[in-house]
Design a protein around this ligand. Structure first.
Ligand code: NAG
Ligand code: NAG
Ligand code: NAG
Length: 536
């Protein structure tokens, strides 16, 4: 409570310094949160988050300046905490369902059930270009990969629930025997199927996995959950009732081209044989890894079955009590934690600090920067539009939420509408920059918001005051048509109308997954951070 008072006071003071309203978004405190104290750490954490939230993909190596931050991330325990949160979500989801005989959970293998850190610790931690021959010779063929401990725990619990497990991997069929042996050695003893890729199969990862999942569905299986560390394994068709993205800070299946539905990536990427590069690049601190593995090995004489992460330390060896709130936030951004009503009570201080500190601004900047880099590669036509959500995308309601527990208090529509009706929401500075740059590229802007018709006038006023002066359309929710419908339904339907009118949605940005899921989502989508509320 004290913290809230302090934060609110800070906000008020800050806003007054900058002249009465919150328009200039004067919300910068010296502390960024959780992800590190230095500017570099904050930026690297933003990059990592953007990878988890599917804003950045198709990279060959991590940014050079983030190698150390990434090593700290893995070594410090945050990685395992993040993995744990995701696995817990899988389990809670499965536990609350009625299990049928043909219900299966799909797991990817490398980076999901087995860890390949031992390999990368000896190969420059990702600084070496990936070499699949060497990876097979020195890692896969040895069959010594340890389990990722949180996944192994979860696997056992899912089996106890009566679920079947299917492993679907990009490993080749000639690795079947060694993969089976490795799985058993690591503690995975039963499975319904182990699906490997035929060496003659030239499909990229999205296509290959979609095809295999379609076969499973034809065989009568129901995929209730699909767990992987790569978005490429969770995209495409028949992805399952729910997907779960395990953290993977440095790895890229470059072939994550959205080839089927993305012009740009189709153009650029579909011809590379990048599927060869199932890059599983982990960075680790040499001493810790090697020492840890060797200790385990010599003491127990056996294999390195459990990834020896140290849970007590947070980032870079410092203890950070907010580790689990941070995992929760990353889980929200990667769409693993869904349909939550309020921020966990224990995370109020964390979320408040995050929102007011540098990290939120930095995370937004990374997403907007990525959006602009993408837009800048396109040839713009008169019918090209970019869809912006409004609340927490274009305008910030942080001044309101700062007075209401940063999402800990249940949503109160009376109070919130009163705030909206003031028309005083400030622009999100990074979004405003992006908006201006997109306009300068000749892209038309469409605002698509869940705000109701009655708030259209005040929204127009507010947008203008905040610095947004020009748009092609501002679409608000007509509750006579969409009453009781989800945001996904409403927004998909309005985007479809736009396309029917001849517009071409080249980009779509929002702070909610419901802004960017559904149909007619546009050529590329971008997820801005928002740990304060969830809209389905
Ligand atoms: C890949 O690794 C193999 C085996 O270590 C080696 O012979 C080959 O030269 C490497 N290829 C490249 C492109 O570095
Ligand atoms: C954009 O237009 C130029 C000139 O016509 C062309 O060379 C280029 O390939 C186009 N780029 C894309 C991404 O379509
Ligand atoms: C919302 O806030 C108002 C004003 O404080 C209060 O009267 C009302 O009971 C609240 N509604 C809910 C559902 O909590």
């Amino acid at each position: 409570m004290k913290l809230v008072v302090f934060l609110v006071a800070t906000i008020l003071v800050a806003s007054q310094c900058h002249g009465a309203s919150f328009r200039s978004f004067p919300l910068r405190l010296p502390t960024g949160y959780g992800d590190g104290a230095s500017y570099g750490d904050v930026r690297c954490a933003s990059w990592r988050l953007a990878v988890e939230a599917k804003n950045i993909f198709g990279f060959e190596t991590i940014p050079e300046q983030c190698v150390e931050a990434t090593a700290n991330y893995i070594e410090g325990g945050q990685y395992q905490s993040d993995s744990k949160t995701v696995n817990q979500q899988v389990f809670f989801f499965a536990r609350d369902r009625e299990i049928h005989e043909n219900d299966v959970v799909l797991f990817n293998i490398d980076g999901t059930v087995l860890s390949n850190v031992p390999y990368y610790s000896q190969h420059g931690y990702g600084s070496e270009k990936f070499n699949s021959t060497r990876y097979d010779e020195e890692f896969v063929n040895k069959g010594n990969a340890p389990a990722l401990p949180e996944t192994l725990k979860n696997y056992n619990k899912l089996l106890d629930l009566g679920l079947k497990v299917i492993f679907l991997t990009g490993r080749r069929t000639d690795k079947k025997a060694v993969t089976e042996a490795n799985l058993k050695k690591a503690g995975y003893h039963t499975w319904e199927k182990l699906i490997l890729k035929d060496p003659s199969n030239n499909q990229n990862s999205v296509e290959y996995k979609s095809t295999e999942r379609a076969k499973l569905v034809q065989q009568g299986y129901r995929i209730i959950a699909n767990v992987g560390d790569q978005w490429s394994g969770l995209s495409g068709h028949n992805v399952g009732i729910r997907t779960f993205k395990l953290p993977n800070p440095i790895d890229s299946t470059t072939e994550f081209s959205l080839c089927a539905f993305n012009k740009l990536w189709n153009f650029l990427n579909c011809y590379s044989n990048s599927d060869e590069r199932i890059m599983k690049v982990f960075v680790f601190v040499v001493a810790i890894t090697v020492a840890a593995w060797q200790c385990e090995g010599s003491e127990h004489g056996a294999s390195f079955q459990i990834f020896p992460l140290r849970m007590k330390t947070g980032h870079g060896g410092r203890y950070i009590p907010e580790v689990s709130c941070q995992s929760w936030r990353v889980g929200v951004e990667a769409h693993n934690v869904i349909e939550w009503k309020t921020v966990p009570l224990d995370c109020e201080g964390y979320v408040g600090n995050y929102m007011l500190g540098d990290q939120y601004r930095s995370d937004s900047k990374t997403v907007c920067g990525e959006a602009y880099s993408y837009a800048n590669t396109l040839n713009i036509t008169a019918k090209d539009i970019w869809v912006f959500d409004v609340d927490e995308t274009t305008l910030s309601n942080l001044p309101y939420y700062a007075h209401h527990g940063f999402g800990v208090e249940p949503y109160n529509s009376t109070l919130f509408n009163k705030w909206v009706d003031l028309g005083e929401a400030p622009a999100l500075p990074e979004s405003l920059k992006l908006y201006k740059k997109l306009l300068s590229l000749g892209i038309k802007i469409v605002f698509l918001t869940g705000r109701p018709l009655e708030q259209k006038a005040i929204t127009v006023t507010n947008l203008k005051i905040a610095g947004y002066h020009k748009w092609e359309k501002l679409i608000v929710k007509d509750t006579s048509i969409y009453h009781g419908k989800t945001a996904v339904t409403y927004k998909s339907s309005e985007r479809k109308k736009l396309e029917e009118q001849g517009y071409n949605i080249i980009g779509n940005i929002g702070d909610q997954w419901s802004d960017i899921l559904g149909t007619n989502t546009g050529d590329r989508t971008f997820k801005l951070p928002d740990p304060m509320y969830y809209i389905s």
